[in-house]
Design a protein around this ligand. Structure first.
Ligand code: COI
Length: 355
Protein backbone atom coordinates (compact mmCIF):
# COMPACT_ATOMS: atom_id res chain seq x y z
CA UNK A 1 0.00 0.00 0.00
CA UNK A 2 1.52 3.40 -0.97
CA UNK A 3 1.88 6.15 1.63
CA UNK A 4 -1.36 8.13 1.61
CA UNK A 5 -2.03 11.71 2.61
CA UNK A 6 -4.90 10.47 4.83
CA UNK A 7 -5.42 7.47 7.11
CA UNK A 8 -7.14 4.45 5.50
CA UNK A 9 -8.38 1.72 7.79
CA UNK A 10 -9.57 -1.66 6.54
CA UNK A 11 -12.13 -3.82 8.28
CA UNK A 12 -12.53 -7.03 6.28
CA UNK A 13 -15.82 -8.91 6.31
CA UNK A 14 -16.15 -12.14 8.25
CA UNK A 15 -19.14 -13.22 6.14
CA UNK A 16 -18.28 -13.01 2.43
CA UNK A 17 -21.25 -13.22 0.04
CA UNK A 18 -19.07 -14.26 -2.89
CA UNK A 19 -20.41 -17.82 -3.03
CA UNK A 20 -23.96 -16.44 -3.55
CA UNK A 21 -23.07 -14.96 -6.96
CA UNK A 22 -23.77 -16.90 -10.12
CA UNK A 23 -20.82 -15.76 -12.22
CA UNK A 24 -22.19 -17.47 -15.31
CA UNK A 25 -25.21 -15.14 -15.40
CA UNK A 26 -24.22 -11.67 -14.27
CA UNK A 27 -26.44 -8.74 -15.06
CA UNK A 28 -25.55 -5.09 -14.80
CA UNK A 29 -25.99 -3.38 -11.44
CA UNK A 30 -27.70 -6.08 -9.42
CA UNK A 31 -24.98 -7.40 -7.07
CA UNK A 32 -22.49 -5.62 -4.81
CA UNK A 33 -19.20 -6.97 -3.61
CA UNK A 34 -18.21 -7.51 0.01
CA UNK A 35 -16.69 -4.11 0.85
CA UNK A 36 -17.15 -0.38 0.34
CA UNK A 37 -15.00 2.67 0.94
CA UNK A 38 -16.34 5.57 3.02
CA UNK A 39 -14.71 8.94 3.71
CA UNK A 40 -16.16 11.98 5.44
CA UNK A 41 -15.48 15.63 4.78
CA UNK A 42 -16.06 18.13 7.54
CA UNK A 43 -14.45 21.24 9.03
CA UNK A 44 -13.00 21.95 5.58
CA UNK A 45 -10.99 18.70 5.29
CA UNK A 46 -11.26 15.02 4.42
CA UNK A 47 -11.14 12.87 7.52
CA UNK A 48 -10.04 9.25 7.83
CA UNK A 49 -11.23 6.90 5.08
CA UNK A 50 -12.27 3.35 5.82
CA UNK A 51 -12.95 0.21 3.86
CA UNK A 52 -15.71 -1.67 5.65
CA UNK A 53 -18.16 -4.49 4.87
CA UNK A 54 -20.86 -3.40 2.36
CA UNK A 55 -23.88 -2.42 4.43
CA UNK A 56 -26.87 -0.03 4.48
CA UNK A 57 -26.29 3.54 5.67
CA UNK A 58 -28.09 5.30 8.45
CA UNK A 59 -28.85 8.93 7.56
CA UNK A 60 -31.11 11.64 8.90
CA UNK A 61 -34.19 12.29 6.72
CA UNK A 62 -33.03 15.94 6.71
CA UNK A 63 -29.78 15.02 4.92
CA UNK A 64 -29.40 17.73 2.34
CA UNK A 65 -28.63 15.69 -0.83
CA UNK A 66 -31.99 13.92 -0.46
CA UNK A 67 -33.70 17.28 -0.90
CA UNK A 68 -31.51 19.38 -3.16
CA UNK A 69 -29.50 16.86 -5.11
CA UNK A 70 -25.92 17.85 -4.31
CA UNK A 71 -24.82 14.41 -5.49
CA UNK A 72 -22.31 13.29 -8.12
CA UNK A 73 -20.90 9.97 -9.27
CA UNK A 74 -18.50 8.22 -11.63
CA UNK A 75 -18.33 4.88 -13.41
CA UNK A 76 -15.04 2.97 -13.75
CA UNK A 77 -14.34 -0.66 -14.63
CA UNK A 78 -11.81 -3.25 -13.48
CA UNK A 79 -10.90 -6.40 -15.42
CA UNK A 80 -8.57 -9.33 -14.83
CA UNK A 81 -5.54 -9.92 -17.01
CA UNK A 82 -4.67 -13.49 -18.13
CA UNK A 83 -2.56 -13.95 -14.96
CA UNK A 84 -5.53 -13.00 -12.79
CA UNK A 85 -4.24 -9.53 -11.82
CA UNK A 86 -6.82 -6.72 -11.57
CA UNK A 87 -6.53 -3.91 -14.13
CA UNK A 88 -8.49 -0.69 -13.65
CA UNK A 89 -9.17 1.24 -16.86
CA UNK A 90 -8.13 4.94 -16.88
CA UNK A 91 -9.26 5.81 -13.32
CA UNK A 92 -7.27 9.04 -13.26
CA UNK A 93 -9.51 10.42 -16.04
CA UNK A 94 -12.55 9.60 -13.93
CA UNK A 95 -10.96 11.27 -10.91
CA UNK A 96 -10.39 14.46 -12.93
CA UNK A 97 -13.96 14.44 -14.23
CA UNK A 98 -15.28 13.74 -10.74
CA UNK A 99 -13.63 16.91 -9.48
CA UNK A 100 -15.00 18.91 -12.43
CA UNK A 101 -18.46 17.72 -11.40
CA UNK A 102 -17.67 18.50 -7.75
CA UNK A 103 -16.61 22.04 -8.56
CA UNK A 104 -19.81 22.78 -10.53
CA UNK A 105 -21.94 21.35 -7.73
CA UNK A 106 -20.12 23.35 -4.98
CA UNK A 107 -18.65 20.19 -3.48
CA UNK A 108 -15.04 19.70 -2.29
CA UNK A 109 -12.35 18.19 -4.50
CA UNK A 110 -11.54 14.59 -3.68
CA UNK A 111 -7.74 14.16 -3.43
CA UNK A 112 -6.19 11.92 -6.06
CA UNK A 113 -4.87 9.41 -3.53
CA UNK A 114 -8.23 9.07 -1.78
CA UNK A 115 -9.92 8.39 -5.12
CA UNK A 116 -7.26 6.28 -6.82
CA UNK A 117 -5.46 4.55 -3.95
CA UNK A 118 -8.74 4.05 -2.10
CA UNK A 119 -10.17 2.46 -5.25
CA UNK A 120 -7.09 0.27 -5.78
CA UNK A 121 -7.19 -0.95 -2.18
CA UNK A 122 -10.91 -1.73 -2.47
CA UNK A 123 -10.54 -3.55 -5.80
CA UNK A 124 -7.58 -5.48 -4.48
CA UNK A 125 -9.51 -6.60 -1.41
CA UNK A 126 -12.49 -7.68 -3.54
CA UNK A 127 -10.51 -8.95 -6.54
CA UNK A 128 -12.25 -12.32 -6.43
CA UNK A 129 -15.42 -10.44 -7.38
CA UNK A 130 -14.01 -9.45 -10.78
CA UNK A 131 -15.78 -11.64 -13.32
CA UNK A 132 -13.81 -12.93 -16.29
CA UNK A 133 -16.40 -13.99 -18.90
CA UNK A 134 -16.67 -12.03 -22.17
CA UNK A 135 -18.21 -8.57 -21.71
CA UNK A 136 -18.08 -8.76 -17.92
CA UNK A 137 -16.12 -6.61 -15.47
CA UNK A 138 -16.18 -5.20 -11.97
CA UNK A 139 -18.12 -1.93 -12.27
CA UNK A 140 -16.75 0.61 -9.79
CA UNK A 141 -19.07 3.39 -8.63
CA UNK A 142 -17.42 6.29 -6.75
CA UNK A 143 -19.91 8.90 -5.55
CA UNK A 144 -20.19 11.91 -3.25
CA UNK A 145 -23.23 13.31 -1.49
CA UNK A 146 -23.86 16.35 0.71
CA UNK A 147 -24.74 15.20 4.22
CA UNK A 148 -25.51 18.33 6.26
CA UNK A 149 -28.63 17.81 8.34
CA UNK A 150 -30.25 21.04 7.19
CA UNK A 151 -33.16 21.74 4.91
CA UNK A 152 -32.38 25.37 4.19
CA UNK A 153 -30.99 25.85 0.69
CA UNK A 154 -27.25 26.52 0.77
CA UNK A 155 -24.09 24.67 -0.27
CA UNK A 156 -23.44 21.96 2.30
CA UNK A 157 -20.41 21.81 4.56
CA UNK A 158 -20.32 18.08 5.20
CA UNK A 159 -19.92 15.45 2.49
CA UNK A 160 -19.53 11.73 2.22
CA UNK A 161 -17.40 10.11 -0.50
CA UNK A 162 -17.95 6.43 -1.13
CA UNK A 163 -16.91 3.72 -3.57
CA UNK A 164 -18.94 0.58 -4.10
CA UNK A 165 -18.24 -2.13 -6.67
CA UNK A 166 -20.48 -4.49 -8.58
CA UNK A 167 -19.68 -7.51 -10.76
CA UNK A 168 -21.36 -6.59 -14.02
CA UNK A 169 -22.46 -8.04 -17.32
CA UNK A 170 -23.16 -5.98 -20.44
CA UNK A 171 -25.33 -2.86 -20.04
CA UNK A 172 -27.04 -3.48 -23.38
CA UNK A 173 -27.46 -7.03 -24.65
CA UNK A 174 -28.34 -6.09 -28.21
CA UNK A 175 -28.01 -3.15 -30.62
CA UNK A 176 -30.07 -0.24 -29.35
CA UNK A 177 -33.00 1.55 -30.99
CA UNK A 178 -32.62 5.26 -30.45
CA UNK A 179 -35.27 7.97 -30.45
CA UNK A 180 -34.10 11.49 -31.30
CA UNK A 181 -35.78 13.68 -28.70
CA UNK A 182 -37.15 17.14 -29.42
CA UNK A 183 -39.75 17.45 -26.67
CA UNK A 184 -37.53 17.49 -23.57
CA UNK A 185 -34.08 19.01 -23.03
CA UNK A 186 -31.16 17.40 -21.22
CA UNK A 187 -28.73 20.30 -21.05
CA UNK A 188 -28.36 24.00 -21.81
CA UNK A 189 -25.13 26.01 -22.01
CA UNK A 190 -24.23 27.13 -18.51
CA UNK A 191 -26.00 24.14 -16.98
CA UNK A 192 -24.68 20.85 -15.62
CA UNK A 193 -24.75 18.70 -18.76
CA UNK A 194 -20.98 18.08 -18.60
CA UNK A 195 -21.17 16.71 -15.05
CA UNK A 196 -22.13 13.35 -13.67
CA UNK A 197 -24.57 14.99 -11.30
CA UNK A 198 -27.39 12.73 -10.12
CA UNK A 199 -29.97 15.24 -11.39
CA UNK A 200 -28.86 14.74 -15.00
CA UNK A 201 -30.04 11.15 -14.70
CA UNK A 202 -33.09 11.83 -12.52
CA UNK A 203 -34.49 14.24 -15.07
CA UNK A 204 -34.14 11.66 -17.84
CA UNK A 205 -36.39 9.04 -16.22
CA UNK A 206 -39.74 10.32 -17.50
CA UNK A 207 -38.57 11.03 -21.08
CA UNK A 208 -36.89 7.61 -21.17
CA UNK A 209 -39.97 5.83 -19.80
CA UNK A 210 -42.04 7.51 -22.52
CA UNK A 211 -39.84 6.38 -25.40
CA UNK A 212 -39.53 2.87 -23.90
CA UNK A 213 -43.32 2.65 -24.10
CA UNK A 214 -42.95 3.50 -27.79
CA UNK A 215 -40.51 0.59 -28.23
CA UNK A 216 -37.18 2.47 -28.15
CA UNK A 217 -34.25 1.84 -25.81
CA UNK A 218 -32.63 5.23 -25.37
CA UNK A 219 -32.89 8.90 -26.21
CA UNK A 220 -30.52 10.88 -28.37
CA UNK A 221 -30.79 14.36 -26.85
CA UNK A 222 -30.77 17.49 -28.98
CA UNK A 223 -29.86 21.09 -28.19
CA UNK A 224 -32.45 23.06 -26.24
CA UNK A 225 -32.60 26.10 -28.55
CA UNK A 226 -33.51 24.58 -31.91
CA UNK A 227 -33.56 20.80 -31.36
CA UNK A 228 -31.37 20.70 -34.41
CA UNK A 229 -28.00 19.46 -33.14
CA UNK A 230 -27.50 16.06 -31.51
CA UNK A 231 -25.77 16.00 -28.10
CA UNK A 232 -25.46 12.59 -26.44
CA UNK A 233 -27.43 9.48 -25.62
CA UNK A 234 -28.68 9.16 -22.01
CA UNK A 235 -25.92 6.84 -20.88
CA UNK A 236 -23.40 7.27 -23.69
CA UNK A 237 -21.62 9.60 -26.11
CA UNK A 238 -22.49 9.03 -29.75
CA UNK A 239 -20.44 8.37 -32.89
CA UNK A 240 -21.42 8.06 -36.56
CA UNK A 241 -19.41 6.54 -39.40
CA UNK A 242 -20.15 8.67 -42.46
CA UNK A 243 -18.30 7.65 -45.60
CA UNK A 244 -14.73 7.02 -44.49
CA UNK A 245 -14.86 9.50 -41.58
CA UNK A 246 -16.06 9.21 -38.02
CA UNK A 247 -18.00 12.14 -36.56
CA UNK A 248 -19.04 12.89 -32.99
CA UNK A 249 -20.44 16.01 -31.30
CA UNK A 250 -17.69 18.31 -30.01
CA UNK A 251 -17.37 18.68 -26.24
CA UNK A 252 -19.20 21.62 -24.72
CA UNK A 253 -20.67 22.19 -21.28
CA UNK A 254 -23.80 20.39 -22.49
CA UNK A 255 -21.96 17.12 -23.15
CA UNK A 256 -20.23 14.64 -20.85
CA UNK A 257 -16.52 14.21 -21.64
CA UNK A 258 -16.64 10.42 -21.79
CA UNK A 259 -13.50 8.44 -20.98
CA UNK A 260 -14.55 5.78 -23.49
CA UNK A 261 -15.26 8.58 -25.98
CA UNK A 262 -11.70 9.83 -25.57
CA UNK A 263 -10.29 6.28 -25.80
CA UNK A 264 -12.23 5.59 -29.02
CA UNK A 265 -11.09 8.86 -30.63
CA UNK A 266 -7.48 8.04 -29.72
CA UNK A 267 -7.68 4.49 -31.13
CA UNK A 268 -9.31 5.74 -34.34
CA UNK A 269 -6.77 8.52 -34.90
CA UNK A 270 -3.91 6.10 -34.18
CA UNK A 271 -5.31 3.97 -37.00
CA UNK A 272 -5.17 6.98 -39.31
CA UNK A 273 -8.95 7.39 -39.44
CA UNK A 274 -10.28 10.96 -39.55
CA UNK A 275 -12.40 11.83 -36.53
CA UNK A 276 -14.32 15.08 -36.64
CA UNK A 277 -15.50 16.53 -33.32
CA UNK A 278 -18.03 19.15 -34.37
CA UNK A 279 -21.69 20.16 -34.25
CA UNK A 280 -23.83 17.51 -36.02
CA UNK A 281 -27.37 18.20 -37.17
CA UNK A 282 -30.21 15.72 -37.42
CA UNK A 283 -30.62 16.80 -41.06
CA UNK A 284 -27.02 15.92 -41.83
CA UNK A 285 -27.51 12.42 -40.41
CA UNK A 286 -30.74 11.89 -42.37
CA UNK A 287 -29.06 13.07 -45.56
CA UNK A 288 -26.05 10.80 -44.99
CA UNK A 289 -28.43 7.91 -44.41
CA UNK A 290 -30.54 8.55 -47.49
CA UNK A 291 -27.43 8.82 -49.69
CA UNK A 292 -26.00 5.57 -48.29
CA UNK A 293 -23.14 7.29 -46.46
CA UNK A 294 -24.26 6.55 -42.87
CA UNK A 295 -22.57 3.21 -42.37
CA UNK A 296 -22.39 2.73 -38.60
CA UNK A 297 -23.60 4.46 -35.45
CA UNK A 298 -22.63 3.57 -31.92
CA UNK A 299 -22.67 4.82 -28.36
CA UNK A 300 -19.69 4.79 -26.01
CA UNK A 301 -19.63 4.77 -22.22
CA UNK A 302 -18.01 3.00 -19.30
CA UNK A 303 -21.09 0.94 -18.51
CA UNK A 304 -22.11 0.42 -22.13
CA UNK A 305 -18.59 0.10 -23.59
CA UNK A 306 -19.22 0.34 -27.36
CA UNK A 307 -22.91 -0.16 -28.06
CA UNK A 308 -24.02 -0.52 -31.70
CA UNK A 309 -27.11 1.42 -32.73
CA UNK A 310 -29.71 -0.57 -34.68
CA UNK A 311 -31.84 2.43 -35.65
CA UNK A 312 -32.29 6.16 -35.16
CA UNK A 313 -35.82 7.53 -35.30
CA UNK A 314 -36.75 11.16 -35.67
CA UNK A 315 -40.50 11.75 -35.86
CA UNK A 316 -41.62 9.34 -38.60
CA UNK A 317 -38.21 8.91 -40.19
CA UNK A 318 -36.56 5.67 -39.07
CA UNK A 319 -32.95 5.27 -40.10
CA UNK A 320 -32.16 1.55 -39.85
CA UNK A 321 -28.43 0.93 -39.83
CA UNK A 322 -26.95 -1.89 -41.97
CA UNK A 323 -26.56 -5.33 -40.30
CA UNK A 324 -23.73 -5.47 -37.77
CA UNK A 325 -21.76 -8.03 -39.79
CA UNK A 326 -21.18 -5.34 -42.41
CA UNK A 327 -19.61 -2.90 -39.95
CA UNK A 328 -15.83 -2.45 -39.96
CA UNK A 329 -15.18 0.16 -37.34
CA UNK A 330 -17.30 -0.38 -34.20
CA UNK A 331 -16.66 -4.12 -34.10
CA UNK A 332 -12.89 -3.87 -34.45
CA UNK A 333 -12.72 -0.92 -32.03
CA UNK A 334 -14.57 -2.91 -29.41
CA UNK A 335 -12.19 -5.84 -29.90
CA UNK A 336 -9.14 -3.58 -29.57
CA UNK A 337 -10.48 -1.82 -26.48
CA UNK A 338 -11.40 -5.16 -24.91
CA UNK A 339 -7.92 -6.53 -25.52
CA UNK A 340 -6.33 -3.50 -23.86
CA UNK A 341 -8.71 -3.62 -20.89
CA UNK A 342 -8.16 -7.32 -20.24
CA UNK A 343 -4.39 -7.02 -20.68
CA UNK A 344 -4.49 -9.21 -23.80
CA UNK A 345 -2.37 -6.78 -25.81
CA UNK A 346 0.32 -4.33 -24.75
CA UNK A 347 -1.05 -1.14 -23.19
CA UNK A 348 1.17 1.36 -24.98
CA UNK A 349 -0.79 4.36 -23.70
CA UNK A 350 -0.61 3.68 -19.95
CA UNK A 351 -4.38 3.33 -19.70
CA UNK A 352 -4.55 0.40 -17.29
CA UNK A 353 -3.68 0.66 -13.61
CA UNK A 354 -3.07 -2.36 -11.38
CA UNK A 355 -4.89 -2.66 -8.06
C1 COI B 1 -21.33 4.80 -16.92
O1 COI B 1 -21.20 4.54 -18.11
O2 COI B 1 -20.51 4.43 -16.08
C2 COI B 1 -22.47 5.57 -16.45
O3 COI B 1 -22.34 6.20 -15.45
C3 COI B 1 -23.72 5.51 -17.23
C4 COI B 1 -24.89 4.96 -16.49
C5 COI B 1 -24.74 3.59 -15.97
C6 COI B 1 -25.45 5.91 -15.51
Amino acid sequence: MPVLSFPLSVQATTASRLSEINFSDIQFGKNYSDHMLVAHYENGAWQEASIVPFAPLSLSPATTFMHYGQAIFEGVKAYKDPQGNPLIFRPVENWKRFNRSAHRMAMPDVPEDLFIEGMRALVNLDKDWIPTATDTSLYIRPFMVAVDEFIGVKPAEKFMFMIITSPAGPYYNKPVNIYIQDKYVRAFPGGIGFTKAAGNYGMSMLPTAEIRQMGYDQILWTDGFEHKYVQEIGTMNVFFVVGDKVITPNLQDTILAGVTRDSVITLLRDRGITVEERPITINELAEAYHTGQLKEAFGTGTAASIAPIASLTYHDDRLSLPPLEQWDIANSLKAELTNIRYGLMPDTRGWTVGA
